[in-house]
Design a protein around this ligand. Sequence first.
Ligand SMILES: NC(=O)C1=CN([C@@H]2O[C@H](COP(=O)(O)OP(=O)(O)OC[C@H]3O[C@@H](n4cnc5c(N)ncnc54)[C@H](O)[C@@H]3O)[C@@H](O)[C@H]2O)C=CC1
Ligand SMILES: O=C(O)CCC(=O)C(=O)O
Length: 338
Amino acid sequence: MATSGQKEPIHVVITGAAGQIAYSLVYQICNGEVFGKDQPLILHLLDITPMLGVLQGLVMEIDDCSIPLVKGVVTTDNEEQAFKDADAVFLVGAMPRKEGMERKDLLTANVKIFKSQGTAIDKFAKKTVKILVVGNPANTNCLILAHFAPSIPRENFSCLTRLDHNRAKAQIASRLKVSPDAVKNVIIWGNHSATQFPDVRSATVNVNGTDTPVYDAIKDDQWLKSDFISIVQKRGAAVIAARKLSSAMSAAKASCDHMRDWWQGTKENEWVSMGVVSDGSYGVEKGLVYSYPVHIKNGRYSIVQGLPVDDWARELLDKTQKELLEEKTDALKATSSE
Ligand SMILES: NC(=O)C1=CN([C@@H]2O[C@H](COP(=O)(O)OP(=O)(O)OC[C@H]3O[C@@H](n4cnc5c(N)ncnc54)[C@H](O)[C@@H]3O)[C@@H](O)[C@H]2O)C=CC1
Ligand SMILES: O=C(O)CCC(=O)C(=O)O
């Protein structure tokens, strides 16, 4: 029982907790950067049995950080124990891509994990739980998770495209030699893959105190419509080629940005990109997990409506949707053949 004036602890789950993204994620969560500096929490760390020893080391480090918000840490290889009473879930645990692979090459192995975890979340998590899927292929893993967790409202499922969103902001900022926080309202549409559509047609950049459309500030439509898009689409592969490991620090930071904004809200007149269960907006098949621009208020997101879709944009929106439809077919096949 919390003493008067203190909030009750929330239960926060991280899967793949012995892996590299989790190693960057845990401190930011424990330190109040996601759920607030006044929000105590109990961490539930799930990984596979051979990694339980590594989780013990992680717990020692959490203890040694000596953070008052942490009211308990559960380490487990058991999904029931992991998801019991969960308020917020970061699903990171999955096989990462190696050099030369596309993210959809991971599909068959990873969707089975999400079938099992969806079934467990359905039974054991709170019905209000907020779920962020990070493990790749993130959109389709999220679709499978939602499919096997029918009692959880559709709006409680999401997948990470905030890393792509942050990458897009960073590219624009670097080109204009301004701080990334001067850039607002970029959009990642569709899949967290090389077919995603990074779109800055409605984005602005603050130059000398004035919000200016990014297209007017950059004055190079050719770059914005070609190289910029392909740099963002291929950034994950470029990091793998350089590091021989996939992005981890930036993925953890983006995961925190995503969950913090979902929990605490976005700024007035600003949107962020989130993979969410489509309601049919922008001609996308209902039920697909598709990245959209969203506003968030009181813990609920709404898809930003009425943005312009010309022929050029329509083609890109459809191309990434087509890939998601193919992934959906493969994933449902892989999860029904067990
Ligand atoms: N959506 C995004 O923007 C991004 C997604 N990713 C994806 O995140 C995932 C994790 O990446 P890393 O942390 O670098 O990988 P990692 O290999 O360092 O860690 C993955 C962890 O998941 C665990 N795991 C495997 N199966 C599990 C299961 N059934 N239950 C619980 N844990 C399980 C592994 O034992 C390992 O400890 C990968 O799929 C990667 O592709 C990575 C970067 C960005
Ligand atoms: O690219 C990958 O497959 C792993 C990391 C990732 O998803 C990313 O960096 O965007």
